[in-house]
Each structure stands twice: as structure tokens, then as C-alpha cells.
Design a protein around this ligand. Structure first.
Ligand code: SAM
Length: 250
């Protein structure tokens, strides 16, 4: 039986790692580190640093593997994602069988928390179809929490709900009906520019919690253009960017 532990590591600040996460890393026989895309050296580098800092000797084997790339040209987005998840599960299976066979403890270090805009749990379910696997999760600090902490703001208004959505949904569907607070993630291109800015306040952050962190906050009409410029500059400087923002309409 493979005991798979998905460990939330927070959003790029080594201090986000919890004591529970460190214990789970040390209890593993194998830690798999995905290498992916443009940001691969930075993100894999952080995972490597966490291992070097916190793994005691003799510790688990730490093994890099190439994360399969999603075929963007698949006409069906959903099918493309399904195929991609199958390919990742197959890559995990190959590495696990090669490194420890079909019995042992495997850890994956998941950005933020595995429950939020992350498919690691869905991929684990695929792996469980081809080999005996039990899955457990160690929670991590999400980008939503990191953003609220960085700006020292509450996520919700008193007794009020919160909507968490993607840049694509905000761009395609507009301001979510009935929502007062909207958190936007996975935004490849400043979807807030498609909104009527009157009465909207934005709290924006890129690389939140990391050494490269940049923050802006204020009325959307005023700070929107600043965010566009800052985002473009940060993206050019680093070659990639991760940003998140909270919008509140009064
Ligand atoms: C695939 S999702 C992963 C979310 C992650 N599981 C979490 O718990 O936050 C990636 C998105 O999370 C947000 N994100 C993650 N880390 C971030 C950071 N350090 N700064 C800003 N946004 C971040 C961005 O919106 C990014 O597009």
C-alpha cells in the first residue's frame, strides 16, 4: 500500500511550513518534486530548500520528476485537463514504482493548500485506480490567507459571504451576482480592468509572502492603472508571476 501525503507548504514563504508539515515530510520514504514550466526553477527551488532545511538524516529520498505539460490546443478544455491529470498520475506511478515499489510513504509538497484551486487530490484519486493508495492531507496557508495577512484585512465583512473565483470567470461573467467580496485567483491578465470601477476597492498582491512580494491597495479607479504597470514590470523582471486580489464593493 502506498500512503500518499499531500502536504500544503504555503505560498512561497519558508515560514509558512507548519510543524505538522515538517513531521509529515520526515515520515515519508520518498518526496516527489515536480519540475514545471517557466517558473520551474523558482518553485522547485523552494521545495528543495524546504527539504534541505527540514529533513533530518537519514531522511526520505527526494526525487525530481518532469511534470507533463497540458496540451493547450485540445479543443475541449475539460478533455485537455482530464488527459493532463491522467499523464501526471502516470508520471507519479512511474516514479513511485521505480523508487519504492508498491509499498511505502510518499509525500508531495503542494503549493498553498491542496483544497484550493489545486488538482493534486483529483490526481491522487486517479493514482488510486492503478495502485493501492491511501491519501491524507496536511493543510497549508492559502494565497487567500497570505493576501489578507499581507494587507492586514479581514476576508469577509461581518457575517457576510465571500466569493472566490478565477480571472477567466470574472472576465467572462462580470461581477458575481449578490457578492460583496470577491477574491480572484489564476488571473492571467488583470480581469479587474473589465469591471466598472466605481465603488470598488482592490487589495492586490503578487508573490505574496515571498521576498519578491509587491502589494497595492485602494479604490480600483485610482490604483488599477498602477497595478497594471507594477504587474507588467514584475512579470518582466521574474519571467513569471503569481498574483491574487480581493475586491470589495460598497
Ligand atoms: C493553482 S492556484 C494554487 C492555489 C494554492 N493551492 C493556494 O492554496 O493558494 C495558483 C494561484 O494561486 C494564487 N497564488 C498562489 N501563491 C501566490 C502568491 N505567493 N502570491 C500571489 N498569488 C498566489 C495565484 O492567484 C495563482 O494564480
Amino acid at each position: 500500500m502506498i500512503e500518499l501525503t499531500l502536504i500544503g507548504i504555503g505560498t512561497g514563504n519558508p515560514g509558512h511550513l507548519t510543524l505538522q508539515a515538517i513531521d509529515a515530510m520526515n515520515a515519508a520514504d520518498l518526496v516527489l518534486i515536480p519540475l514545471k514550466g517557466a517558473e520551474k526553477s523558482d518553485l522547485a527551488g523552494l521545495r528543495r530548500t524546504l527539504c534541505e532545511t527540514h529533513l533530518r538524516t537519514p531522511g526520505p529520498r527526494v526525487v525530481d520528476f518532469a511534470l507533463p505539460v497540458r496540451e493547450a490546443e485540445n479543443p475541449s478544455y475539460r478533455q485537455g485537463v482530464d488527459d493532463w491529470h491522467d499523464a501526471i498520475a502516470a508520471a507519479w506511478e512511474r516514479e513511485i514504482r521505480a523508487q519504492i515499489g508498491t509499498g511505502g510513504r510518499v509525500a508531495l509538497l503542494v503549493w498553498g493548500d491542496p483544497s484550493l484551486y489545486d488538482s493534486t487530490l483529483r490526481i491522487a484519486a486517479r493514482l488510486a485506480r492503478v495502485m493501492p493508495v491511501t491519501t491524507r492531507v496536511i493543510p497549508g496557508i492559502t494565497a487567500v490567507q497570505a493576501l489578507c495577512a499581507a494587507h492586514a484585512i479581514p476576508l469577509n465583512e461581518i457575517g457576510a459571504p465571500v466569493m472566490i473565483t478565477t480571472g477567466r470567470r470574472l472576465r467572462d461573467d462580470g461581477w458575481p451576482e449578490g457578492a460583496e467580496t470577491v477574491v480572484v485567483m489564476l488571473d492571467g491578465g488583470c480581469a479587474f480592468t473589465t469591471l466598472a470601477p466605481e465603488g470598488v476597492t482592490i487589495w492586490w498582491g503578487a508573490f505574496v509572502g515571498m521576498a519578491e512580494e509587491v502589494l497595492h491597495a485602494g479604490p480600483l479607479a485610482e490604483v488599477g492603472p498602477e497595478i497594471l504597470a507594477t504587474r507588467a514590470a514584475a512579470r518582466a523582471a521574474h519571467g513569471w508571476i503569481m498574483d491574487i486580489y480581493l475586491l470589495r464593493r460598497s
